[in-house]
Design a protein around this ligand. Structure first.
Ligand code: HEC
Ligand code: HEC
Length: 497
């Protein structure tokens, strides 16, 4: 059964109760005045004459009814509950750690040229991405910089899933020669050399190793098994095992502090969420008031708070039709499912590199071996819960040729303004993406699994406009707080330059 893997993967869906939809076949009345007067409609809502005719029945009275099956599917997509705490990261959910992580995220000293921070590529002004087809910093990469909105929701990180926790992810760009180009020893030396940062770090993480003993702790060192002759690798293997362990422990803490900060990069309560809430008879307020970090023992979701049905009067009919297509003819929800509109798993669309040609990026197939040997796995020595749920995810994973060319299903929340799209920025606009799903033009057949799930949908122009209106309605509101702005003092005054 070809759909099984993606269904099994959606364990987070169990948080939601589909049975909330008591109002079976609920008929939604959207009054035209409410639509016309108050809200500017997305461009795709300004439909052509031809489209208006083809959708005349629905759009004339702006009324759409959803079947019980559709309502059940909609209930799986909203609301977005707070991400479960990552028990492999002892700082997750700790406000002091989050603030320190905020500082680290903006600190350029963790790069080899002193100019690149995480925020350089994950820019809050650009949806925590960079607007470029592929990441650029010290060098130019081959993959798109993903937006970090709602990133804590994931099980796997990177397009190829080569990290199984958010904290392990954060360690890689610092040591990646084309991203920040630094190394774990240099990172710890920066912290040790900045009195205020050191104090804040040690208060949370514990003491740094005796870095001042230059014989034991070189200025630069990191493992690089692919280049065993490199100076940084030789410096690393020249250290004692105990000292390497001590460095890895505190280096992993740097990643954990950043990951704790990233939990706050939440953007939800979109027009679609408000519409889904109205369908489910929940008050919109339960969404906007939902705490992001409830205490551990508080209920993780708000769906149980059943209030009076208030049909949304502000959700454009075009988006409603797009929603129906998303769940029906488009079969988009087969992969973009669950409250984050991603199954969190990997699929092959058969996309070649930007500019055309056969696929060259192995995707998940290439991501599994580095995960397997990573010292920072969720079930490894630096995990704070090596037996927990997250730790079990990667246990026993094996690589299959069918993984070749698979990429992580991106969340479709907040997708509107974060193009170009796909793992290498191959598509400029959402229109391009929808034309792709309509024709599958340019998709290379990779293997049987891909062909069975992915079929050209042959959308009409009107249907693509409706789907685009639906995707546009997934644009949420950022969590309030200081998260989106640089810290007041990313480089404290007493810090060495
Ligand atoms: C050169 C620009 C650049 C810098 C600097 C950078 N990133 Fe990234 N980031 C990327 C790219 C490109 C990817 C995707 C790489 C891949 O999948 O192989 C990525 C992936 C990620 C992901 C995975 C998101 C997901 O949905 O799987 C996270 C989280 C992330 N970066 C956080 C960070 C943090 C934290 C830092 C700083 C320690 C950082 N990044 C520095 C470009 C950058
Ligand atoms: C077989 C699973 C699958 C199905 C079905 C599917 N998608 Fe996707 N979608 C993916 C994957 C995987 C990617 C990322 C591919 C990549 O990066 O190369 C993606 C990427 C996207 C993107 C780009 C997001 C970004 O940030 O780059 C959009 C938009 C999108 N899909 C919308 C849709 C819509 C609309 C439908 C239905 C018409 C649909 N998808 C059906 C798996 C699927």
């Amino acid at each position: 059964m070809v759909l099984l893997p993606m269904l099994v993967a959606s364990r987070r869906l169990l948080l939601l109760s589909g049975s909330m939809l008591l109002a079976l076949g609920l008929r939604l009345l959207v009054s035209s005045p409410g639509l016309g007067g108050t809200q500017a409609l997305p461009a795709s809502e300004q439909t052509s004459n031809a489209e208006q005719t083809s959708n005349a029945e629905q759009s004339s009275n702006a009324e759409l009814s959803f079947s019980p099956a559709e309502l059940r599917r909609i209930a799986k997509l909203s609301p977005l509950p707070p991400a479960p705490l990552d028990t492999t990261n002892r700082f997750d959910g700790n406000p002091r750690a989050e603030r320190l992580g905020h500082r680290l995220f903006w600190d350029t000293r963790f790069s080899s040229n002193g100019e690149v921070a995480c925020a350089t590529c994950h820019d809050p002004q650009k949806e925590f991405s960079d607007g470029l087809p592929v990441g650029e910093a010290i060098g130019t990469g081959t993959r798109r910089t993903p937006s970090l909105w709602n990133v804590s929701q994931g099980d796997w990180f990177f397009h190829d899933g080569r990290a199984d926790s958010l904290w392990a992810q954060a360690l890689q760009p610092m040591e990646n020669p084309i991203e920040m180009g630094s190394d774990r020893l240099a990172v710890l030396h920066v912290i040790a050399g900045d009195a205020s940062l050191r104090q804040a770090f040690e208060a949370l993480a514990g003491p740094l190793p005796e870095l001042s003993e230059g014989q034991r702790f070189p200025a630069h060192a990191r493992p690089d098994p692919l280049e065993p002759q490199s100076a940084h690798h030789r410096a690393w293997v020249g250290m004692s095992e105990a000292d390497r362990f001590a460095v890895n422990r505190r280096f992993s803490d740097v990643g954990k502090l950043i990951a704790a900060f990233e939990r706050n990069l939440v953007k939800t309560n979109s027009p679609f969420d408000r519409f889904a809430a109205s369908l489910q008879g929940r008050s919109n307020d339960t969404l906007s008031d939902a705490p992001n970090n409830p205490p551990k023992d508080a209920p993780q979701e708000t769906t149980e708070q059943s209030l009076q049905v208030q049909p949304s009067t502000e959700y454009p009919p075009s988006a409603q039709r797009g929603l129906r297509l998303f769940l029906g003819k488009g079969r988009c929800h087969l992969c973009h499912n669950g409250p984050n509109l991603s199954d969190g798993e990997f699929h092959a669309l058969g996309l070649g590199p930007r500019g055309g040609g056969m696929p060259t990026d192995p995707g998940r197939y290439g991501g599994l071996p580095p995960l397997e040997v990573s010292e920072f796995r969720a079930n490894g020595a630096f995990s704070d819960d090596p037996e927990g749920d997250r730790s079990q995810l990667a246990t026993g994973l094996s690589r299959d040729p069918a993984n070749w060319g698979e990429f992580k299903t991106p969340s479709l929340r907040n997708v509107l303004n974060r193009g170009p799209y796909m793992h290498a920025g191959q598509m400029e606009s959402l229109g391009d993406v929808l034309r792709f799903y309509s024709t599958l033009e340019g998709a290379a057949p990779l293997h049987q699994h891909q062909e069975q799930v992915l079929v050209a949908r042959e959308f009409s122009d009107a249907e693509m406009a409706d789907l685009e209106a639906f995707l546009g309605s997934l644009e949420g509101v950022p969590l309030e707080g200081y998260w989106g702005a640089p810290p007041e003092s990313p480089r404290p005054p007493d810090a060495p330059r």
